[in-house]
Design a protein. Structure first.
Ligand code: SF4
Lengths: 570, 143
């Protein structure tokens, strides 16, 4: 992973001092709340329903064991002993005191972390594939480019007060695990015929009340042109994005209102006017950044030549018969291998996904003891590295195959050997009415209820996603879930709208709204019926969305509302 | 109304309305008009850019373009209802001085204003601070 140099460290240290001064000025009343608000937001500090919330950046979702230990320390000392991992691969602390936030930032800076630009109308944490650098299907490792963009966008003086927040995602694989088409800018790294890295730039994706799939804005941008081209897009957006209505302020609306061709022309004009001299060193900067990525030295022991490498499913079968696994453990171990262990580009290794979705627990929450435990596992077996996924889980990106049994046992001790990754109970849920000032309904208790209800029926429903948002802002990405659930307030009563058939990968698609919303206590049984119906109707190997597309809306509406209701409203 | 001119080198002086009269004016709160007017600027005369409120980021895109357009012009000033944190960004986008009215100056105190352009505050990967010799690249690292 990337190691700070002196400049990086000086910058976060300076920000701590600056924020300490700003907090002091707020506490003495020199700054009004209105004046303080944009400054605190630049440092990830929100005012929530009950208290301040601090969102800490985890750049492109990569954490070291030492950093995880520091997060555990912060959770214990300044919060209530836990943290919450988010869909932007960050972590949130829900109970910090304003006066203590400068101390928290200092603790973070001591392990090369910060909270810069995790909120406010600026370029937010850049997200990427949680299997970046290790996925067997990867063409280009996106992490150095994500770090390059992090540095370019961090404290960029021109783009600190954009019309609205701005989100980037990057992937270097044809299988998009970073949801690039749901971001303001999505970057797909690939190789051209000459073997050079080029970048397809997608613009205008997003969720919220006007969900949009991004459009291909410019294909195959050379790396030498990438920063000035992105600067041109941001400049046009900064100047012409709407500021009169925050719900129409994202670049997706500018694109829709301006039209693709006209916006492309405006960007080209801005791009032509950019002083290229300013970017003369940008490739050298990328080189320097590359040089500061410490790559683990993966041992060759146990490696299998590519030609002899069995397909992954067969390999998992063989691994399940490990001699250290007692007969009574075999079922659980096999489930865990199937659901949580992924193929690695290096044949003697695998990636392990740690589900933070134990049935009935709060999705994405982790106690300080679990954080320390995972840090220990990463130190012992995982080359010191941990990733956060946009589905609010963790990944140990590289674990030697021969250590899998030990890792499983250690995760069991922590109650983290939960075999539901990519199953419907692997729910993304936003904080909803339990914490969020903007919420119109609860998400967390509904997610807990769903997970417990479907635990017995979800086996085999691989890749079927359930996402639940507590308001139209769609922080939990409900538009792009197999089953999307949106909590609304109808005359003081919670009401949940269901969408089906969404997905966030390379074939990104928005879900279809099924009809009127349903009551809170109806949500879990409804999800259970949908899962059951899918498993009953699917053809061999068919994923949920394929079954849904083949059968169409009607039978699913009957499952949700009952035959009678559908007949009446037909 | 008395005005202070806080320059990038940290010096402060009283400014008269007459001084201001010598400077060409651009209003960044109306970017389209400002960017058209920018092309007609006399590149040998100082420019003063009026910034919008602190959350109106359009000002910084206008200012960045004015700086590029007037690369040889030493004096690019900013004015408006400024905050110290805002002038930090303005200096990073190419301003060389900030025009601050006396009441605002008093409210934040001299320390607050000077702190806005201390070398530490100016740290940034894309920061570019201008002086008589042009941009100081030592403060930039990426881009
Ligand atoms: S979707 Fe709404 S309720 Fe949920 S976190 Fe976002 S703003 Fe809050």
């Amino acid at each position: 992973m990337y190691q700070y140099d002196e400049f990086d460290q000086a910058l976060v240290d300076q920000r701590c001092l600056e924020f300490r001064d700003q907090v002091q000025r707020r506490l003495t009343g020199e700054l009004s709340e209105d004046e303080f608000k944009p400054l605190r937001l630049m440092n990830g500090l929100y005012l929530q329903l009950h208290a301040y919330m601090l969102r800490v950046a985890i750049p492109y979702g990569v954490l070291s064991a030492e950093q995880m230990n520091k997060l555990a320390f912060i959770a214990d000392k300044y919060d209530k002993g836990y943290g919450h991992f988010t869909t932007r691969q960050n972590i949130q602390f829900n109970w910090p005191q304003l006066a203590e936030t400068p101390d928290i930032l200092e603790a973070l800076a001591s392990v090369q972390m910060h909270a810069i630009q995790t909120s406010g109308n600026c370029i937010r944490n850049i997200t990427t594939d949680p299997f970046a650098g290790v996925a067997a299907d990867e063409e280009v490792d996106p992490r150095p480019i994500a770090e390059w963009l992090r540095q370019w966008s961090t404290l960029h003086p021109e783009f600190r007060y954009l019309p609205r927040k701005f989100k980037f995602a990057i992937t270097g694989s044809a299988n998009d695990r970073a949801a690039i088409k749901l971001h303001d800018i999505g970057l797909r790294l690939k190789r051209n015929d000459a073997g050079e890295t080029v970048v397809d730039v997608w613009v205008g994706g997003g969720q919220g009340r006007t969900p949009k799939i991004a459009q291909l804005f410019k294909p195959a941008v050379a790396l030498s042109e990438l920063l000035p081209y992105l600067e041109a897009i941001l400049r046009v957006y900064n100047l012409y994005g709407r500021r009169d209505n925050k719900y129409k302020a994202r670049i997706k609306i500018l694109l829709a209102e301006t039209g693709l061709e006209k916006l492309q022309a405006q960007v080209e004009e801005a791009y032509a006017a950019i002083n290229r001299q300013e970017f003369a060193d940008s490739l050298a900067d990328l080189e320097r950044i590359n040089g500061r990525f410490i790559q683990p030295d993966l041992t060759e022991s146990g490696a299998i030549a590519d030609a002899e490498r069995p397909v992954w499913a067969m390999r998992l079968n063989a691994l399940a018969n490990h001699s250290d696994i007692a007969p009574q453990e075999r079922k659980h171990y096999t489930e865990w291998l199937t659901q949580c262990v992924r193929e690695h580009s290096h044949s003697a290794h695998a990636s392990v996904v740690i589900s933070l979705k134990k049935h009935g627990d709060i999705p994405g929450d982790m106690t300080s003891a679990q954080m320390r435990g995972v840090a220990d596992i990463a130190q012992s077996y995982g080359y010191n590295e941990i990733r956060v996924t946009h589905r609010q889980n963790l990944v140990l990106p590289q674990v030697a195959i021969h250590d899998l049994v030990s890792v499983w046992r250690a995760l069991q001790q922590l109650k983290l050997a939960v075999s539901n990754v990519d199953l419907p109970s692997d729910i993304i849920a936003c904080p909803g009415l339990d914490y969020c000032a903007l919420a119109t309904a609860r998400s967390i208790p509904i997610a807990q209820d769903i997970a417990q209800t479907i635990e017995k029926v979800e086996s085999g429903a691989q890749g079927m996603t359930v996402n639940i948002s507590g308001c139209i802002n769609a922080c939990a990405h409900h538009h792009v879930a197999s089953i999307g659930i949106l909590g609304l307030d109808r005359g003081g009563v919670e009401n949940y709208q269901i969408t089906l058939g969404g997905q966030s990968d390379q074939a990104a698609r928005l879900g279809d709204r099924m009809g009127p919303g349903i009551a809170a206590d109806e949500v879990a049984p409804t999800v259970e019926r949908i899962v059951h119906f899918y498993k009953q109707e699917r053809l061999t190997g068919e994923r949920f969305n394929e079954t849904y597309q083949r059968l169409g809306k009607a039978p699913f509406k009957s499952v949700i509302y009952g035959e009678e209701h559908v007949a009446k409203t037909a | 109304m008395s005005l202070k001119l806080l320059s990038i080198d940290g010096s402060v002086r009283e400014l008269s309305l007459e001084d201001m009269a010598h400077s060409q004016r651009l209003d960044a709160t109306d970017p389209e008009t400002a960017l058209v007017a920018m092309r007609k600027l006399n590149l040998h005369q100082p420019v003063t850019v009026t910034l919008g409120n602190s959350a109106d980021g359009r000002s910084f895109s206008v200012l960045s373009q004015v700086r590029q357009h007037c690369a040889q012009q030493k004096d690019v000033w900013v004015t408006g209802n400024l905050l110290p944190d805002q002038i930090t960004l303005a200096f990073q986008c190419g301003a060389t001085a900030a025009v601050i009215d006396a009441e605002n100056w008093e409210r934040r105190g001299e320390f607050g204003w000077r702190n806005a352009l201390s070398p530490a505050t100016q740290l940034g990967y894309r920061a570019q601070v201008w002086s008589e010799v042009g941009s100081i690249p030592a403060l930039r690292k990426t881009g």
